[in-house]
Design a protein around this ligand. Structure first.
Ligand code: IMP
Ligand code: MG
Length: 185
């Protein structure tokens, strides 16, 4: 994108470029396609809104047939730290019994959202549940989340872009970056 774009004032630095994202998405999709080559159909479950960009790119890079579902979960409100409370705002529409589910997540921070979601999905008696996550932060112990496919481990900083927001903004940026501190004030 043009470095003179509107966000130049607000983004401190890029941590993952558009090219790096593309290469990584293709690599993950290749592995998943290989691992599920004998599966009749995968059910991708994306989490609104953050995983939308990743879901769209990932689904198109797979070489196995999929169906897509989206869930909307509330755990954060507008704050930048996790409360640990998860509510379903939008559930999946189809019966997942006996299906191979691949959860598509934008980022794992505390892991609370995902561990809750995995328990929920496993309760629906699918054939399997795997996790694809674009980003993972260190810091808080992830409550033993089995991430089968991971894009990048990143530093413990608040990031935006490629689906990730701060106050609902910056999701459309094609790269992942860190906001300038003054934006938070
Ligand atoms: P967790 O439950 O703490 O793992 O948080 C997961 C959710 O918090 C993610 O799906 C994001 O929506 C949000 N989140 C966590 N860290 C960031 C960040 O650095 N930028 C934007 N959203 C984040
Ligand atoms: Mg999310």
């Amino acid at each position: 994108m043009d470095p003179g774009s509107w966000y130049a004032e607000e983004i401190e630095r890029t941590i993952i470029t558009e090219d790096e994202i593309r290469t990584k998405v293709e690599a993950i999709a290749e592995r998943v396609s290989h691992d599920f080559a004998d599966t009749e159909e995968l059910l991708l479950v994306g989490v609104f809104k953050g995983a939308v960009m990743f879901m769209a790119d990932f689904a198109r890079a797979l070489t196995v047939p999929v169906k897509m579902e989206f869930m909307a979960l509330s755990s954060y409100g507008n704050s930048a730290s996790s409360s640990g409370t998860v509510r379903i705002l939008k559930d999946i529409d189809s019966d997942v019994t006996g299906r191979h589910i691949v959860v598509v997540e934008d980022i794992i921070d505390s892991g609370l959202t995902l561990s809750w979601l995995l328990k929920y999905l496993e309760g629906l008696n699918p054939a399997s549940v795997s996790v694809v996550a674009m980003l993972r932060k260190p810091g808080m112990q992830h409550t033993e989340i089995p991430v089968s496919y991971l894009g990048f481990d990143i530093p413990n900083e608040f990031v935006v872009g490629y689906g990730l927001d701060y106050g609902e903004r910056y999701r459309e940026l094609p790269f992942i970056g860190v906001l300038k501190p003054e934006v938070y004030r």
